[in-house]
Write a protein of this length. Structure first.
Length: 275
């Protein structure tokens, strides 16, 4: 686990091992906010210990979305006295309905969490939800704004902004191809363009994984994804019985491209059924 990197006044980011998750920390005068808690009790305890090296204030937790490496450490924080867990309503619903299913993804990094046996392995469902309107969370002399830009990496990606810093979860991933398993690629590209339009308000943009990002990085990610959507659509029209023919033309790795095509087809099917 890295040390804390300061990204604006009273804003910090910590990189964990394994998935290289970026955990955020925003320190007010009365409370501190922790963004994403790791893959299970071991990482959760390491993150909590690191937080306590920076502050002994009461804590509030935010889960940026419903993927295991971002919320499986919540039970450690609950045991430590945290009672306020924020998420978008779709994220909270997904954790409630399918959180246990994700234990299979933890692997050897968190064997107790994978087995569901031991201390702090229960699933904590967020109890403070954000819907379509932004929510201001007062930390004392500092306010964090929690808001939603629509479906993208998942259907419940929550962003957190302060006067200097914007934490965007896995809407932006730096250093690797985006993960599309639960994504909405067309809408994700739109969310990234919206994010780029907001970029001038913040000095720092912190992705869910990887290094702080520039506006140019976000714009490139949006444009690449929009181009990939058009390429996949054309390939699927040309070869409707073998959508995998689109894989070589897409700007992602083979595995990501397969998920990209699968999610496009699933989303189109849902739209047609809804209409």
């Amino acid at each position: 686990m890295s040390g804390w990197l300061q990204v604006g006044a009273d804003n910090y980011v910590l990189v964990t091992e394994g998935s290289l998750l970026n955990t955020g920390l925003i320190v007010g005068s009365e409370r501190a906010m922790v963004l994403d808690t790791g893959s299970g009790p071991r990482q959760g305890r390491e993150i909590l210990n690191a937080v306590r090296e920076k502050t002994d204030l009461p804590l509030v937790v935010v889960n940026t979305h419903a993927h295991y490496d971002h919320f499986f450490g919540d039970a450690v924080f609950a045991e430590a006295g945290v009672t306020e867990f924020w998420a978008h309503q779709n994220c909270a619903r997904e954790i409630h309905q399918h959180g246990d299913v994700q234990r299979q993804h933890v692997g050897t990094l968190e064997p107790e969490m994978a087995a569901g046996e031991g201390d702090n392995v229960e699933i904590v469902v967020p109890n403070a939800v954000v819907k379509d309107q932004p929510v201001l969370v007062d930390l004392g002399a500092l306010t964090a704004t929690l808001f939603y830009l629509g479906r993208g990496h998942t259907d419940g990606d929550l962003l957190v902004g302060t006067s200097t810093t914007l934490y965007v979860g896995d809407l932006v991933e730096q250093g690797s191809h985006p993960s599309f398993e639960d994504s909405y690629p067309e809408e994700w590209a739109d969310a990234l363009r919206h994010l780029s339009a907001l970029r001038h308000r913040y000095e720092f943009l912190i992705p869910g994984h990887g290094k702080p990002c520039t506006d140019e990085f976000v714009k490139t990610m949006a444009n690449t994804m929009s181009t990939a959507v058009r390429q996949a659509q054309q390939s699927i029209r040309d070869s409707p019985n073998d959508a995998t023919k689109a894989i070589p033309v897409l700007p992602y790795g083979p595995e990501q491209s397969r998920w990209f095509i699968k999610r496009l087809q699933e989303n189109w099917g849902s739209s047609q059924n809804a209409s």
